[in-house]
Design a protein around this ligand. Sequence first.
Ligand SMILES: Cc1cc2nc3c(=O)[nH]c(=O)nc-3n(C[C@H](O)[C@H](O)[C@H](O)COP(=O)(O)OP(=O)(O)OC[C@H]3O[C@@H](n4cnc5c(N)ncnc54)[C@H](O)[C@@H]3O)c2cc1C
Length: 511
Amino acid sequence: MLDTNLKNQLAQYFDLLKTEVTIGLSAHHDDENCKKVRDFVEEVAALSDKITLVEKELSYSPSFEIKGSFDHGRIVFAGLPLGHELASFALAMLQAGGVAPKIDASDKKRIEGLAPADFETVVSLSCHNCPDVVQALNIMAIVNPKVNHTMIDGGSFQDLAESRDVLAVPAIFKDGDFFEGGKQSLSSLLEKLGSKVDKEEFKDKPLFDALIVGGGPAAATAAIYAARKGIKTGLLAGEFGGQVKETLSIENIPGFKYTEGPDFMDQMQAQVTALDVDIMTGVLADGIHATDKQVEVNLDNGAKLFSKTVIIATGARWRLIGIPGETEFRNKGVAYCTHCDGPLYKGKDVAVIGGGNSGIEAAIDLAGLAKHVTVLEFLPDLKADDALLKKLKTLSNVTVITNAQTTGLYGDGKVERLAYTDRISGKAEEIPISGCFIQVGLVPNTEWLKDSGVELSDRGEILTAGDGSTNVERIFAAGDVSDTLFKQIVIAAGSGATAALGAYNYLMVNE
Ligand SMILES: Cc1cc2nc3c(=O)[nH]c(=O)nc-3n(C[C@H](O)[C@H](O)[C@H](O)COP(=O)(O)OP(=O)(O)OC[C@H]3O[C@@H](n4cnc5c(N)ncnc54)[C@H](O)[C@@H]3O)c2cc1C
């Protein structure tokens, strides 16, 4: 079952076990799945004398429970935790074996306060986003004995996945009902469970020189620049990582021929953490008010922070069109960024939804790479600038369909077909595609700025001057939330540096 290399790796992990771990195996059927899981746990148990294997009756067969020698919630793996889930299994073993999970004190307190819950997560072993969810829910079970979690491999339990209408993984069920899908972090799951960071944790915060609101590349770079100037710096983010965490392959950051979003942002986070920056996550800013002496930032848990300057870097999110398949196939054929993901569709048939400037720019961009590009526009005419339309007409591998209402994206595990309705004839049509770029605009995360006096463009972006300052004294902005012309990682990072230096200059001159 396990090759020598994997066995050696797991044995090294299990050397770290501090206390005994019991694996309770439930594999009663005389079939291949049960045999594989039995072989797996027998091989695992043989790797450490701290691991004991016993037979057990569990809800799923094959499955096994991991039990440490302290009071914790139930942790069960139904099916084989191989592929991307091997790390989840190894971590669960270590945590049950007395190695404390790597979470901060605030998250630990939030988990301890959770009400009893039974979670089940349907995964596929090739899913990149699943381990984060499995590991976060296992940590909850380790920390809070009232929380139970079962990972279910959809490949081994196909009937179950079908009966629960699981069309995309990870699919999280709570107490038997669908709870959440897609990529989730510990912090976002806690948020969705209604657990707020205790406002008491903010009561002794100092007056910051620069408080950065956001956790993407703009915020991280602003924090690096501010902290290296030696000023008192805080960073408040719903979650660290921003949109970059959502992209798997990045090929346009100078110095990195190829990197992956989560790795890249983990490195940025490590760099910020190593500096003198007070990083506060798991809570959102929901209001801001500047006086002539300081800026007050209100948080969604009722706390307040104060700073001499604030840099807003709350980014943006893609505007969704709300059709079936859009969320389920994200990163599996549904893409938003042609600069980023276009090369993955070289020689393939793709569609672009949206005939405005961004849609037509995307189509022109993709025409140089893809075999064929179909542009679908809801209205009778394309709305892009003339120069772009002229260029579009010169391209032989682009088809434009106007009056097209896209109704869904379909396929087996990835996008294979786009369905639309011809709004004139009312006829339902389908086109075969490998990828679909949805270009109906970005929505800047500026809703929380209402009543702040910060001036926004008609697209809702924060208007900034050359030094990142806004119309409100002491408030600066950077990255996708601001009116920077292009929305890219290096551009966000550059504007973060600009805003931090702008804020520093402001303090030099005015304080
Ligand atoms: C799928 C995808 C692929 C991409 N690929 C590439 C690529 O390959 N190359 C490239 O250069 N660009 C790429 N981009 C674009 C790039 O990710 C963005 O331009 C960049 O992340 C913008 O950085 P930012 O810091 O301004 O904002 P974001 O990355 O959007 O970060 C915003 C941060 O603010 C936090 N936040 C939001 N609201 C609040 C609030 N009220 N209070 C506190 N915190 C808040 C969020 O939690 C988040 O941490 C891609 C984007 C996507 C979505």
